[in-house]
Design a protein around this ligand. Structure first.
Ligand SMILES: N[C@@H](CCC(=O)N[C@@H](CS)C(=O)NCC(=O)O)C(=O)O
Length: 201
């Protein structure tokens, strides 16, 4: 049994603009009752002892399912998709389901943890602060490489996976919005991706 029996007790720990946005979108789409717990990344709240008791990894999102805690955005969105099959947030075709996992793994690791980690959190990669700018610059290049790849994958598509909206699409929106916030020319340089994201919005 994976379905939470008490959907009135869902709490999303989130930070505005963070990857928790993908979970937030899906909770809204599913029409589930939930409460929000703000843990501002900008204000360093994810590193405070009170929150580390909830998630020792010091990251949002966390979904509290009435006492059962789930972390990692891809795990949470797949949980929501699997426990609400009527919403068809995961494709029916098994190969397309693996395609979703392929997207999640690559977005979380290569783009999020490495690319954006280097750009925004160079201190995670080296102690010597004199190299921070160089690491951030390399992060920007890595993000641009990943964005080019996303654009290639999006060419001629309406949605990221298969022929319908899936839980991958709002996750991709997070990285699209981060691109806008980081000065990438999203519409001009990534028109196919922009079209899919306009559909998501
Ligand atoms: N692998 C995690 C990454 C979560 C993550 O890095 N969240 C960021 C916000 S997008 C965060 O909480 N950062 C807090 C910090 O860096 O202190 C996931 O996919 O949920």
């Amino acid at each position: 049994m994976i379905k939470n029996q008490d959907e009135n007790r869902i709490t999303l720990y989130f930070s505005p603009g963070a990857c928790s946005l993908a979970v937030h979108i899906l909770l809204e789409e599913l029409g589930l009752p939930y409460r929000l717990e703000l843990v501002s990344v900008q204000e360093g709240k994810t590193t405070e002892p009170a929150f580390l008791k909830t998630n020792p990894k010091g990251r949002v999102p966390v979904l509290d399912l009435g006492g059962i805690l789930l972390t990692e955005a891809p795990a949470i969105v797949v949980y929501l998709a699997k426990t609400h099959p009527e919403a068809r947030l995961l494709p029916a075709d098994p190969m397309d389901q693996f395609r979703c996992l392929e997207w999640f793994n690559w977005l979380s690791s290569t783009l999020h943890a490495i690319g954006y980690g280097q750009l925004w959190r160079p201190a995670r990669f080296i102690h010597d602060s004199t190299h921070f700018n160089a690491i951030s610059a390399k992060g920007r290049d890595n993000i641009a490489d990943a964005y080019r790849h996303i654009e290639t994958l999006m060419a001629g598509r309406s949605w990221a996976v298969g022929d319908a909206y899936s839980c991958v699409d709002p996750f991709l929106l997070v990285f699209f919005l981060w691109g806008m916030a980081s000065g990438f020319a999203m519409q001009a340089d990534y028109p196919a991706w922009s079209d899919v994201m306009a559909r998501v919005l």
